[in-house]
Write a protein that binds this ligand. Structure first.
Ligand code: SF4
Length: 346
């Protein structure tokens, strides 16, 4: 009996790799461009509609490849309009992506790993450790599958890598996926200005990201001294605040761009006015803006959300020091879709 060959997931191939697949079969490599346009721009799920390819070629492609979607296993909608999608991967694991409507556009928060090895104490994703990295195709699929789910009057324009996982710990698939997301001719056409990759501080990879892509960098800082940061984010023991900020200072920022520093405010841990003053001083050498995120309590967490006055006082000190400082009222809190709440348990 003939063994049935498993078809390859076409989304796992970069355009250049697909071009090589054609070249290896003595077919003009530009056919890859046509296929990518169908898959990413016109969003087809099979080869039959690709009418600018001959019938024989479509049949060969259909024999070799599939163009799968990530099935939506569960969908929760928040009172603020955010939608959390739990997506099933081919091996039965789950990831989550959150679509957040803003005033005139939508932002999609995507995952880069199943679970996370970083173990940040305030984060639900980190509590269970890392299951595995996502593939390039799984990262791309989150965007490809959900780009059409945004409301017509709030199209999806922004992507943030702030879902499950540390994106820079899955570097090659991340960069490969970013290439397709930002490919203006044959990919998903997102502007690099509107994509933000957030890191817990994987210092050696930060500069690589700056050199290899044109996306924005966000750094999850959350403390102004090493003792507190060691406690909140174990990665700080390896790459302490000085090394992290040094890498930020070297980051190749394009004109007019800044690094976003995220600071989760936790009652009695890092939310004092002294902390705010230290933060203002620490970030002085770096072109930066600051997002303050009052902690989102979740079951089992030892931390509390600060009082509103403490949050505002913290912000005021940073504003007085001339930092653009936004308090991010986390979206989707009622569906556990806010920062640090993604867990995707089965
Ligand atoms: Fe991982 Fe981010 Fe959670 Fe830290 S905050 S454990 S880096 S997912």
């Amino acid at each position: 009996m003939n063994k049935v060959e498993k078809k390859q997931n076409l989304l796992e191939l970069e355009r250049g790799q697909l071009a090589r697949w054609f070249a290896d079969r003595s077919i003009a490599p530009y056919r890859a461009d046509q296929v990518c346009k169908w898959v990413y721009l016109r969003q087809v799920d099979g080869f039959d509609p690709m009418t600018d390819l001959g019938k024989g070629l479509r049949a060969s492609l259909a024999e070799a490849f599939e163009i799968p979607r990530l099935p939506v296993d569960a969908l929760a909608e928040s009172a603020d309009g955010s939608r959390k999608y739990r997506l099933r991967l081919s091996d039965g694991l789950f990831v989550e992506a959150v679509l957040m409507p803003e005033r005139a556009h939508s932002t999609l928060c995507v995952s880069s790993q199943v679970g996370c090895a970083m173990g940040c104490r305030f984060c639900r994703t980190g509590a269970d450790g890392l299951r595995r990295n996502l593939t390039r195709g799984e990262i791309v699929a989150q965007v490809r599958d959900l780009v059409g789910s945004a409301d017509a009057d709030r199209p999806l324009t922004n992507i943030v890598f702030m879902g499950m996982g540390e994106p820079l710990a899955n570097f090659k698939p991340l960069v490969s996926a970013l290439e397709t997301l930002t490919d203006n001719d044959y990919g998903l056409k997102f502007s690099g200005h509107r994509i933000t990759v957030s890191t817990a501080g994987l210092v050696p990879r930060m500069l690589d990201l700056g050199h290899q892509t044109r996306v924005n960098l966000a750094v999850s800082l959350n403390a102004t001294d090493n003792e507190t940061r060691n406690r909140l984010m174990p990665i700080n023991r390896k790459y302490p605040i000085e090394a992290l900020l040094d890498a930020c200072g070297q980051y190749p920022l394009q004109t007019g761009r800044r690094i976003t520093f995220e600071y989760i405010l936790i009652d009695g841990v890092n939310d004092s006015t002294d902390n705010a003053r230290r933060l203002a001083k620490l970030l002085r050498p770096i072109r930066s803006k600051i997002n303050l995120i009052p902690f989102n309590p979740h079951p089992g967490s030892p931390f509390r959300r600060p009082e509103e006055e403490a949050v505002l006082a913290f912000q005021q000190i940073l504003l007085d020091s001339h930092y653009t400082t936004i308090i991010r009222r986390s979206k989707g809190q009622d569906i556990a879709a806010a920062c640090g709440q993604l867990a995707a348990e089965g």
